[in-house]
Design a binder for this molecule. Structure first.
Ligand code: ZN
Length: 417
């Protein structure tokens, strides 16, 4: 009975998509076929779209093939924002996508039905690789749940509920989430970790979801394993943005594959450059997404492209930690040491490192480690001294006074001159 009602509810959401002109099934099939096609065929598809759309690059020059595209100048976030405000010649219905700025900047993008259909098609393609579908019951762990009729309608259409497991309501929120029996859970890594802690503490029985998807924030292997154990489900990482929706998605072997066949993604030394060949309503040619990623080729073709994202570390300004003005080390050491610490002590918590001034760091944990804050403090100092040879000052706390940052556990508050 329950299975039947879940199936009907799923069909209702898919019906809503169709009614809004979002051909999710059609686009998912396109995505599937394009990833089965050869590189040459995919390039042909991208070029056909460029010829149709004739997007302008940052110089205002029309781009109609990949060669012209790759010679174009970079498009900054500020320029894209200006472009997005201009009224485009395309008339018709639009959907707004908005993200409150996790780094203090908010992003607003509007897309036409065809574009949103493609985005959802990519999403559905990824989800099915993990045994569930877009439109099935989703529990979303997000920022503050929106109130009001509009968001209620939106969540009803999408068959999802938003939970916010932070503060005094945490336990109630988590109980409600489990009682709701979602098919999958989607959310910020830090919030998923918070929820997992509570579940472990409550020690209650519940039906495991089919998958847990972490997005928007960096997550360490130990944390992933912990989420998987507590929720009794596989954990997959998604890399996406407001501008493009899903860009890369994890396969069962742990690679983050590029999954949107209409994006042309380039690897540069300190940034990620993305062009969207399919976009009609907005020109996005060689957009500097500012996330630091490294692209590599891999033989695995379980999902999407053979191009996989191997390094994902948020904005480039947050790449290095400074022991003093002339001596810096890579912030990845903080990720590695946290992972090692949790492993050695069979402990898991969310962690964020903030550089306050040269040689001085504040480490914010979501819960006090089993061996105490002082133990972690000593460990970090010893590790950094041993690994890179620098003495640093560390203060550990579980009071967070810094805003969440995207894709990174390290934030630099230094102004480099
Ligand atoms: Zn793979």
């Amino acid at each position: 009975m329950k299975r039947l009602s879940n199936r009907l509810r799923y069909l209702l959401t898919r019906f809503f998509f169709c009614a809004m002109g979002l051909q999710v099934n059609y686009w998912r099939n396109r995505v599937e076929n394009l990833w089965l096609a050869t590189d040459i065929e995919r390039k042909k598809e991208q070029e056909q779209l460029l010829i149709r759309n004739r997007p302008l690059n940052a110089d205002g020059t029309e781009v109609t093939n990949i060669e012209e595209l790759s010679k174009s100048p970079l498009l900054s976030k500020q320029m894209l924002r200006v472009n997005a405000k201009k009224t485009n010649s395309y008339q018709g219905r639009r959907f707004n996508r908005h993200t409150a700025g996790t780094t203090g900047e908010s992003t607003s993008i509007s897309v036409i039905p065809e574009e949103l259909g493609r985005m959802l098609g990519v999403r559905d393609y990824c989800f099915r690789k993990w045994g569930f579908r877009l439109g099935e019951r989703e529990a979303r762990l997000w920022g503050r749940p929106e109130k009001g009729l509009k968001s209620w309608c939106k969540n009803f259409i999408l068959n999802r509920r938003v939970f916010h497991p932070v503060g005094s309501e945490t336990e109630t929120e988590v109980r409600d989430l489990l009682k709701w029996e979602p098919e999958y859970i989607y959310g910020y890594s830090s919030l998923l970790l918070e929820a997992a802690k509570v579940i472990q503490h409550l020690d209650i029985r519940f039906k495991s979801p089919k998958c847990v998807i972490c997005t928007a924030e960096a997550i360490l292997p130990t944390q992933k394993e912990y989420l998987s154990t507590v929720f009794g489900a596989p954990v997959a990482e998604e890399y996406g943005s407001t501008e493009f929706d899903v860009i890369a998605f994890e396969c069962h072997r742990g690679h983050r594959h590029i999954v949107n066949p209409w994006l042309y993604v380039e690897n540069s030394s300190d940034s990620c450059i993305i062009s969207d060949c399919s976009r009609r309503s907005l020109d996005i040619i060689r957009y500097d997404a500012a996330d630091v990623i490294r692209l590599e080729l891999n033989e695995c073709r379980e999902i999407g492209s053979e191009v996989i994202v191997t390094l994902l570390e948020g904005r480039s300004v947050n790449q290095f930690a400074y022991a003093s003005k002339g001596s810096k080390f890579h912030a990845v050491h903080f990720g590695n040491l946290s992972d090692k610490y949790m492993n050695e002590n069979s402990d898991v918590f969310g962690i964020k490192v903030v550089q306050l001034e040269y040689g001085s760091f504040e480490v914010i944990v979501t819960s006090v480690p089993k061996k105490g804050l002082l133990d972690l403090e000593q460990y970090i100092k010893r590790y950094i001294k041993y690994e890179v040879g620098y003495d640093i000052t560390v203060k550990c706390t579980n009071e967070d006074r810094f805003p969440v940052t995207k894709q990174s556990y390290f934030i630099s508050n230094l102004t480099l001159s």
